[in-house]
Design a protein around this ligand. Sequence first.
Ligand SMILES: [Zn+2]
Length: 254
Amino acid sequence: MPRLRWKSKITYQELEPLLDATKKSIAAIQSAIEERHVFVPYTTGGAEKAHTTVHWPPADPQRYATLEQRHSEMVALTASTAPPEIWHVDQSGHVVANNGYEITGANYFTDLPHCGYCTVMLWVLGLPLGQPTKGRYNQAVNLGYSIPINVQDNVDVLIRLLNSNQGGNPALVVLKRAVNAFISTPSSDWVLAIEGKFVTDDAVLDEQPGGVLILNWADAAAHRVTVDIQNFGTNSLLVTLWKVIYQALYDNVD
Ligand SMILES: [Zn+2]
């Protein structure tokens, strides 16, 4: 059995199908949000000036400002899920309170409209939305939106962003197909091992299949890939897939 072969460099043409599919996924997520919320206009500079307040008794209200490209919503989430944490990101990629109480707009509040990136992220994470927008924040062009590491590493958040916020096996198949773009070994010759399952291009198996190469998600996520597109460059596959999502967000906001 030969070894799995990664591409040395991925071109725009090779990544375009994944970029297009992810754009459709983000648009579908925005449509789902719009069924429940009214999008408001976004003011340029909003993210940079915004503050998010977390009020989680018995602690006094904690007020968080935007730090460079990490918006106040994500700064507040980082702080609230870091020791001594009050919330955590669960296995399905949703933010839940450690004491089981619901997180509402009364205890996680942002004083200005959310940018279009935060709007999608908060929705996918199951956090309350204040004023959602389809707005593009000032520095969005460099794909440098910043999220907590425990969100970045949560594969269920990642695959739902790639799959119209629908998780489970269909999203794992979408992830397998996404990874195909980076690998020159024929896609039918390898399967992705993740969460105790084995993912092909159209199915999720409980048992390890014979006669194919196995790629563990942890190894794949850490593998460094080079994408010949501006603002992509050489990064881990995980960071690169997040850049695909940020590019899709960029293309779905204005
Ligand atoms: Zn934002």
